[in-house]
Design a protein around this ligand. Structure first.
Ligand code: GLY
Ligand code: MN
Ligand code: MN
Length: 467
């Protein structure tokens, strides 16, 4: 019997509405924001990739249909756009264009919310059919001073908006006026998305728990002769069992030397006794990503050379987590990581020379060539500025980041031969709290003894209850 996820872990319609209101409150007065949903994308011939909503549109609506257009207004009373008021009601500010109901299309391709049900389901004031966009968008735009929009995402939406602006500009006897300026809405939206609410953190905790369980299953399944793609299958199976039907990014299962290819996704080799395997896999659950990496021995027992590298990375990773708290920057902790990584590589005779020389030459980059971590949220590499006025942006409560140091020693390196083919990354997800941080991904073992103990357990398809 499989226990399903707790269906209460989601973002409420009220929170989506509150996000729209926050955006409106942060816009210049008498402005309009337009945010478009993603289009469907052809995979081949007449089949599509699984639909993935545009992240900004999802953040403001939670609505999972393609092509929709969200229109938000904070118009002032004096320059009131009467059409908006008539359509939406006096104090209202939101309208959405959705695919029309269509009996045949719905029999073939799936249900559509439709304009009758959209206002209640989405807590949006007015809904129209997408077919009405050319006629109604100029009416909605008319009279607003400034348009908030991000060009370049969705060519069809770009064209519709350009057309609507032209229609305002060229209206007979200037009956309509077009916005005088356009502002990239993503700056405002992305600074909102950077700091997570308690509902978002709950969803992300669930996403993290699902991914931890998947990593545990993969550890139990690992053995000589198993294929990388079979571990990937076990992970995706586990995600789906808990309600995360999709991974947040392509799953990386790299055994032996493949672990040294940072974004290796071929996942086609057979696991060999004596090698490590690196798995970087995260779930997308109710729209939110987790991003976890664990590295473990194929046969369940770390060799002494593997332990040298693994424990160095683990020790650095745990010390990083201890350092993250409000006011600290990722770049500050990265300086610590670089110094500790170089010290460790010197002590293992993988690097030579003095600490200062190695820091000066950035000698670690031969073996640790990526950043320490990134923002995490609706996107795995989530939005939000890393710099403010040219300075690194300090972390604040509610920001979720990854912490993912690593060391990768390919066979072509000059390191002692016993280390060749060892690639280690350990990646956790943390949320900054008032006091420090909370690790969301603690349920995936990372201590040597805990990994070895986990790998002794049989793979049990009777999936345990997580929530
Ligand atoms: N999974 C990609 C990354 O760790 O950033
Ligand atoms: Mn990752
Ligand atoms: Mn990551």
């Amino acid at each position: 019997m499989i226990n399903k996820t707790n269906s209460h872990v989601f973002i409420s319609t009220n929170e989506y509405e509150a996000r729209r209101n926050t955006l409106l409150a942060n816009m210049q007065p008498n402005s309009l924001a337009i945010i478009s949903a993603a289009p469907e994308v052809t995979r081949s011939n007449d089949t599509e990739y699984h639909f993935r909503q545009n992240s900004d549109f999802f953040y403001l609506t939670g609505f999972e249909e393609p092509d929709a257009i969200l229109v938000l207004s904070n118009q002032s009373e004096t320059s009131a756009n009467q059409f908006f008021i008539n359509a939406c009601g006096d104090n209202s500010a939101s309208a959405i264009f959705v695919r029309p109901k269509d009996e045949i299309a719905e029999v073939w391709h799936g249900r559509r919310l439709g304009k009758i049900d959209a206002p209640t389901a989405l807590k949006i004031d007015a809904a129209f059919n997408l077919e009405e966009l050319p006629e109604l968008l100029p009416e909605l735009i008319n009279g607003h001073e400034c348009l908030y929009y991000e060009h370049g995402h969705h060519p069809k939406a770009d064209a519709s908006i350009a057309q609507a602006i032209q229609a305002c500009k060229h209206s007979p006897k200037q009956a309509k006026t077009a916005p005088k300026s356009t502002v990239d809405v993503s700056q405002l939206l992305h600074s909102m998305r950077l700091v997570k609410s308690s509902q978002e953190i709950n969803v992300m905790r669930t996403s993290a728990n699902i991914a931890c369980e998947a990593h545990k299953q993969a550890m139990k399944m690992s053995a000589e002769g198993v294929n990388e793609y079979q571990l990937e299958a076990q992970i995706l199976y586990c995600f789906a069992l808990y309600g995360a039907r999709h991974a947040a990014y392509n799953t990386i299962v790299g055994s032996g030397e493949n672990a040294c290819i940072l974004h290796y996704t071929e996942n086609k080799d057979e696991l060999k006794n004596g090698n490590l395997v690196l798995i970087d896999a995260g779930a997308e659950y109710n729209g939110y990503a987790s991003d976890i990496t664990r590295t473990f021995p194929v046969n369940g027992q770390f060799s002494s050379a593997q332990k040298d590298i693994y424990e160095l990375v683990l020790d650095i990773q745990k010390q990083c987590i201890d350092r993250f708290r409000p006011g600290v920057t990722i770049a500050q902790v990265m300086l610590f990581v670089v110094e500790e990584t170089i010290k460790g590589l010197l002590s293992l005779n993988i690097l030579s020379g003095s600490l200062e020389e190695c820091i000066e030459k950035e000698a670690h980059k031969q073996y640790f060539m990526h950043g320490l971590g990134h923002y995490l949220g609706i996107d795995v590499h989530d939005v939000g500025n890393y710099k403010e006025a040219g300075q690194d942006k300090p972390l604040e409560p509610g920001i979720v980041i990854t912490v993912e140091p690593g060391i990768y020693i390919s066979s072509s390196s000059e390191a002692p031969e016993k280390y060749h083919g060892i690639g280690v990354r350990i990646e956790d997800n943390i949320v900054i709290t008032n006091e420090g941080c909370e690790v969301l991904t603690d349920n995936a073992p990372k201590e040597v003894k805990d990994i070895e103990a986990m790998m002794k357990q049989p793979l049990n398809l009777d999936i345990p209850k997580l929530f």
